[in-house]
Design a protein around this ligand. Structure first.
Ligand code: CA2
Length: 146
């Protein structure tokens, strides 16, 4: 059994309350539940942390080193400018998936570049709530081949 850490960045605690045309109407709890169910179906355990604070996310990545097999991270807007989260991800040796509900590449110019994406194994973006299960499947496929 592997531990998969799911990290949710700033404002994702408000998921389902605003901008459903972009982010869908599911709550963050719904998305986390989907990811947990998918992980448990594969015999793994999913842990989740949401924070609006960059340092909390950096600390969580540090704590996961040597303890978790994989990280799924939706860094929110930090994706576009947090070198601290990028550096923290670089210190984690397991599988890493960057997850976005929307497809940032199809949105405003400032969202089109992710500074964190270069430090992950792969990216799942644009599939809304379904992306949470897809990200877990991507992690499992990666763990199976490791
Ligand atoms: O598409 C994604 O998952 C994003 O990571 C979401 C971030 C955004 O800054 C990224 O560019 C793409 C923003 C999350 C904002 O979440 C809200 C949730 C409910 C209402 C308003 C914002």
């Amino acid at each position: 059994m592997a531990i998969i850490l799911l990290l949710s960045g700033p404002n994702l605690n408000l998921l389902g309350e605003r901008e459903p045309q972009i982010y869908g109407s599911a709550s963050l709890a719904d998305c986390v539940s989907d990811a947990s169910v998918a992980a448990e179906a594969r015999g793994h355990l999913l842990e989740h942390l949401q924070s609006n604070h960059e340092g909390d996310l950096v600390d969580a990545i540090h704590r996961s080193r040597g303890r978790c097999a994989a990280i799924i991270v939706n860094p929110g807007a930090f994706s576009h400018y947090s070198y601290a989260i990028a550096d923290a991800l670089a210190t984690f040796d397991g599988t890493k998936v960057e997850l976005h509900l929307s497809n940032p590449s199809a949105r405003e110019e400032w969202r089109r570049h992710s500074v964190t994406a270069a430090y992950v194994t792969g990216v799942v973006a644009g599939f809304g709530r379904a992306g949470y299960g897809l990200a877990v499947e991507a992690v499992c496929a990666s763990l199976d081949t490791a």
